[in-house]
Design a protein around this ligand. Structure first.
Ligand code: URP
Ligand code: ZN
Ligand code: ZN
Ligand code: ZN
Length: 483
């Protein structure tokens, strides 16, 4: 049974052209004109694009004394509803837990996925077991290792551990990632704020000023450079961090920055809302910033100094957020966004002229597919690529509301936003999972996507680091040691 996407305009990271797309056995088998398929999807007036890849989700994650509320069922349904056809979730070992043990837990949870998925592995502590198991994890098809420079006393790792793990990544051809905030300073500021009676959700923002992010981003970049490895900085939220990334890239360092759709479109004013629930529902790390920082992130996307737009989807219900009444440090950190990332970015980015359609595809799909070494299986509209596609209707509109979302939580941080540009169809490996908002996705349809190490950038950087490594100077005559 073949499926033809007919009468649309193909939009990729570098091309826009009219063509039909023919799919069989989950892959694209032809692109052109005059093609025939058993089933025909009408894409008149639509753009046919690679489905979104969200490289930053936390589904059913144990965190801050609870579990994030969206699992691989509701989370991947939300993804597909919004045109995202692959998620990369973080396998998170508890401190002291083995990496392979944590991976088993994530394997079990992910059997419910409606779309394809992969994992990053978090390095939440350091020791011989972690060092050893990083190789087995890489052989399982995980080429990215995430490090938290914040969450002191829980997930945070120190500079010596960062350096050791980054060096291990370099040897394995893997890419380290960082949550870059100075966790020591955040802990000090939080304690002081609480002592001064600043207990509400707005104090979460006061406790994590842009400087803690800028400092940690720069530190991670320098440590990665000394370890001879590329670096991926998750949830870049401010100019201070963006500036460090921009400067590093200009100096030839291999660094990627990932702003979130939340930071691009929501600002710190949310934390000053008189309604405690409204503010607490938006507590995440890093916090939302002021408009100056938003402008910096948008400039990064159009200039290319920032590479990927993600969500960091880590959704908690209002009841879970209320764990932090009277003490902001107990509010579970995280917000949702999987269903809204593409429509929000299209509306705020493409419809306003801040980014082009091709840049939209690059930052939502193609760039991250290349970074994660799964291009062109994912992130492409090419013969032989997986038919993970979104047929995008630029004229379709809706108002975002929790009442009609796939996510399991009881609110939406984008509630009331009007978006223009929505999926007409979303296809997961050729299976039509969404038609104009109606779900036909299948639980368990999603498959794990293995990501081999030593992608092009890792290979190039390791060659360069080898060539420029310290070497002893060969000398003809060595003087006798003087006594
Ligand atoms: O607040 C956030 N971002 N929660 C999820 C965990 C993380 O730090 O990415
Ligand atoms: Zn984080
Ligand atoms: Zn995260
Ligand atoms: Zn099907």
């Amino acid at each position: 049974m073949s499926t033809l996407i007919a009468n649309g305009t193909v939009v990729t990271a570098d091309l826009t052209y009219k063509a039909d797309v023919l799919i069989e056995d989950g892959q694209i088998i032809a692109i052109g004109h005059g093609l025939k398929g058993d089933e025909v999807l009408d894409a008149t007036g639509c753009y046919v694009m690679p489905g979104g890849i969200d490289p930053h989700t936390h589904l059913e994650m144990p965190f801050m004394g609870t579990y994030s509320a969206d699992d691989f069922d509701s989370g991947t349904r939300a993804a597909l509803a919004g045109g995202t056809t692959m998620v990369v979730d973080f396998a998170l070992p508890a401190p002291g837990q083995g990496l392979l043990d944590a991976l088993k837990m994530w394997d079990n949870k992910s059997t419910r996925a409606h779309c394809d998925y992969s994992f990053h592995m978090a390095v939440t502590w350091w020791g011989e077991q972690v060092f050893d198991e990083m190789q087995a994890v890489t052989e399982r098809g995980i080429n990215t290792f995430k490090h938290f420079m914040a969450y002191k006393g829980a997930l945070m790792v120190n500079d010596d551990e960062l350096f050791a793990s980054f060096r291990r990544c370099a040897d394995l051809g893997a890419i380290p990632m960082v949550h870059a905030e100075n966790g020591d300073v955040v802990a000090e500021l939080s304690a002081r704020l609480l002592a001064e009676g600043n207990t509400g959700p707005e104090a979460h923002a006061y406790s994590r000023p842009p400087q803690v992010e800028g400092e940690a981003t720069n530190r991670a970049i320098m440590i990665a450079d000394m370890a001879g490895v590329p670096l991926y900085v998750v949830h870049t939220s401010c100019e201070d961090s963006h500036e460090a990334i921009r400067r590093a890239r200009m100096a030839g360092k291999r660094v990627w920055g990932e702003p979130l759709i939340q930071h691009l479109t929501l600002d710190e004013g949310e934390y000053f809302n008189a309604d405690w629930d409204h503010a607490a529902r938006r507590v995440m790390s890093p916090p939302f910033r002021d408009k100056r920082h938003q402008d910096s992130l948008w400039a990064g996307l159009s200039s290319g100094s920032l590479s990927v737009v993600a969500t960091d989807h880590c959704a908690f219900t209002t009841a879970q957020k209320r764990f932090g009444v009277g003490n902001f440090t107990q509010i579970p950190n995280g917000t949702g966004g999987l269903e809204d990332r593409l429509p929000m970015l299209w509306t705020a980015g493409v419809n306003t002229g801040r980014i082009t359609m091709n840049e939209f595809v690059a930052v939502t799909s193609t760039n991250i597919a290349k970074i994660l070494n799964i291009y062109p299986k994912k992130g492409a509209v090419l013969v032989g690529a997986d038919a993970d596609l979104v047929v995008w209707d630029p004229a379709a509109e809706k108002t975002i509301t929790a009442a009609r979302q796939q996510s399991a939580i009881d609110y939406n941080v984008f509630e009331g936003k009007r978006v223009k540009g929505l999926p007409r169809f979303t296809l997961s490996r050729g299976h039509v999972a969404v038609t104009e908002g109606r779900m036909s996705s299948v639980e368990g349809h999603g498959k794990f996507v293995a990501r081999p190490p030593m992608g092009p950038v890792s290979k190039a950087l390791s060659a360069w680091k080898d060539l420029t490594a310290p070497r002893p100077v060969q000398r003809s005559g060595i003087p006798a040691s003087g006594v």
